[in-house]
Design a protein. Structure first.
Length: 135
């Protein structure tokens, strides 16, 4: 009688599927896709860009900087003081040396802030600086 009970228990164990290896593979794939995905960075505020007839598309490593209507300056979602623009550029250049700067200035913003950004980019030795526009 015991032998019949043991056979039934062995058959039940033989029929179970171990899902651990499959879960390991799924987690490894999940980690792989998270690590290799590209995250889009936003400047921090929504601006109304001016229209231009000669607007070009840009790609590659970009430092997005936004200037609001009131003259507030945003980089990576943080409002920053104009005195610290150059240091922020230098920090970003340490991660990606061939970065370009894209200035997203509101059409009603003051040009003084844009000139401050251009001067900071020149001091940080950034060659490629563009002003975003609607085409």
């Amino acid at each position: 009688m015991k032998s019949g009970l043991m056979k039934k228990k062995d058959q039940e164990e033989a029929g179970e599927i171990d899902l651990t290896p499959m879960l390991d593979v799924v987690f490894i794939l999940l980690i792989f896709f998270i690590v290799t995905s590209v995250f889009v960075t936003e400047a921090g505020i929504e601006v109304n860009r001016p229209e231009a007839s000669t607007a070009d598309d840009t790609s590659g490593d970009m430092i997005l900087i936004a200037v609001g209507q009131a003259g507030d300056i945003w980089i990576d979602g943080d409002q920053i003081d104009p005195r610290f623009i150059r240091s922020r550029f230098e920090l970003r250049l340490a991660d990606a040396p061939n970065s370009s700067v894209i200035i997203q200035a509101d059409e009603n913003s003051n040009n003084e802030q844009v000139m401050l950004i251009l001067a900071a980019a020149r001091e940080a030795n950034i060659d490629n600086v563009s002003i975003a526009a609607e085409s």
